[in-house]
Design a protein. Structure first.
Length: 249
């Protein structure tokens, strides 16, 4: 099945090509006399069976932050039928990171096309469900990020996601998202998640800045680089980048 790339700019060896689907991406490079190249694409999947844990917000913010910190060219993939990440991208003025809307059965081919075109990092947003398609998406990950809100219901729901990741034998990292400062629930969440795997040392708090930024296609850091929200995302990405480098060796 053809994957649709809305206004996606893929980097070739000497220039850039605006393309609309995978076949045309490589054809555009050839017609321009350029050679597409694979550079070892790294893929992070943001997954959780629970809805409302902030997967889409984290995907957009971390993709922008990764690019800002110099990881290279970044693409986001939206596999959620609700298309919230795509909606955020549509109102975004900045051309990067790129956004790809693709169905799960076209994911592997899409990742190959992104790798051939020189994309360095891909962040994949997933729907809130435990299905075969989620398992196939996790299977393509170099690292799985599992966000969890500090509530008993959300923590109980983590188990199903962990099972999928463990069956795929993929490394994972938990992050406490939408936390409330100095809350006992947050302390309990940290303790519970730490028993299942690595936990990011920075919590992402429930801040108005995150919700406000998602309404106009920006991130909290792009609106106010000195905000607490921007600092949390920067610190989280620094940690994730370290984990990604470790598991990629």
């Amino acid at each position: 099945m053809k994957a649709f790339f809305p206004n996606l700019r893929l980097r070739c060896q000497k220039s850039y090509a605006f393309i609309w689907n995978m076949k045309e991406s490589l054809l555009a490079c050839k017609q321009a006399g350029l050679q597409a190249r694979g550079t070892g694409l790294k893929t992070i999947v943001i997954a959780s069976q629970k809805g409302g844990v902030g997967k889409t917000t984290l995907t957009g913010h971390l993709a922008v932050e990764a690019e800002r910190q110099g990881i290279g060219s970044v693409a986001m993939i939206d596999t959620d039928p609700q298309g919230n990440l795509s909606g955020w991208f549509k109102v975004r003025e900045a051309e990067t990171p790129a956004l790809v809307r693709v169905l799960p059965d076209g994911l592997r081919a899409t990742l190959k096309a992104l790798d051939d075109a020189g994309i360095d990092l891909c962040m994949i947003d997933t729907p809130p469900a435990i299905t075969e398609s989620i398992a196939s998406t996790v299977a393509e990950a170099d690292l799985v990020l599992i966000p969890a809100k500090p509530s008993p219901h959300d923590l109980r729901a983590v188990g199903a996601t962990v099972d999928i990741v463990e069956r795929a034998k993929k490394p994972m990292v938990f992050v406490v998202n939408q936390a409330v400062a100095r809350s006992k629930l947050k302390t309990d969440a940290v303790r519970a998640l730490s028993q299942h795997g690595p936990l990011a040392p920075i919590d992402i708090h429930n801040r108005v800045d995150f919700a406000a930024s998602m309404t106009d296609g920006r991130t909290a850091g792009e609106i106010d680089p000195k905000s607490a929200a921007a600092g949390e995302i920067a610190e989280l990405w620094t940690y994730i980048a370290t984990r990604l480098e470790r598991v990629s060796k």
